[in-house]
Design a protein around this ligand. Structure first.
Ligand SMILES: O=C(CO)[C@H](O)[C@H](O)COP(=O)(O)O
Length: 226
């Protein structure tokens, strides 16, 4: 029986095959993406593959640079050929929840500006319905008390994310409110509702953003497309 970590590695290494010489590649964030980066680092060393990485977090930028990758900001590239990123939950329509690592705003910006996207997950992330994983919402600190109250009044069970006894901070210096929804019956409506709330920077519902998911399973990598 392979561990969850081994399944993440299977997905990350498989997805590294999607990267071709000369591409500009959006690089996601998280522990599964680390395996992707390791695999790409090996391809740089062994095969001399050259690509430009556009990171979705400072963590990914640093990890990639240490592996010898050329790293550029989204603002310094014209197009992104493919973005490969992790996810916290993926449903059968290949919609997902992202932001467990608090990077969903940059992740969505990079994904939105990519010609194609692929997600890499271990099989525990494949669900029938989104919502068991708390939905991360990046918000401005200013006014967050009022926003959290509003979210609570809507029944969304908000919780301000903490780290080491302080607010968790995104790379933009904002805070994260996790919504404990249990299940999301109408993800498109919820996405619109959250996007329209003043003070919300970006939420972790990623709808119709990718057609491909690479799943690490006990039987190897399974690639699902729609
Ligand atoms: O959205 C993310 C970070 O904001 C990650 O992709 C997501 O949380 C999955 O992480 P992991 O691969 O560590 O399980």
């Amino acid at each position: 029986m392979k561990t969850q970590d081994e399944l993440k590695k299977i997905a990350g290494y498989k997805a590294a095959e999607l990267v071709e010489d000369g591409m500009t590649v959006g690089l996601g964030t998280g522990s599964t993406v680390r395996y992707l980066l390791d695999a790409l680092g090996e391809r740089i060393k062994k095969d001399g593959v050259h690509f430009t990485g556009v990171p979705t977090s400072n963590r990914t930028a640093e990890y990639g640079r240490n592996l010898g990758m050329t790293i550029k900001s989204l603002d310094d590239v014209d197009t992104i050929d493919i973005t490969i990123d992790g996810a916290d939950e993926v449903d059968p329509q290949i919609n997902g929840i992202k932001g467990g690592g608090g990077a969903q705003t940059w992740e969505k910006l990079v994904a939105t500006n990519s010609k194609q996207c692929a997600w890499i997950v271990d099989e525990s992330k494949a669900v029938d319905q989104l919502g068991k994983f708390p939905l991360p919402v990046e918000v401005l600190e200013y006014g967050h008390h009022q926003l959290v109250k509003r979210l609570a009044d809507l029944g969304y069970k908000p919780e301000v994310r903490q780290k080491d006894g302080k607010f968790f901070r995104t790379d933009e210096g904002n805070i994260i409110v996790d919504l404990h929804l249990g299940k999301i019956a109408a993800p498109y409506d919820l996405a619109d509702e959250l996007s329209n709330m003043t003070g919300v920077v970006e939420h972790g519902l990623f709808l119709d953003m990718t057609k491909t998911v690479v799943i690490g399973t006990q039987n190897g990598a399974v690639v699902k497309t729609k």
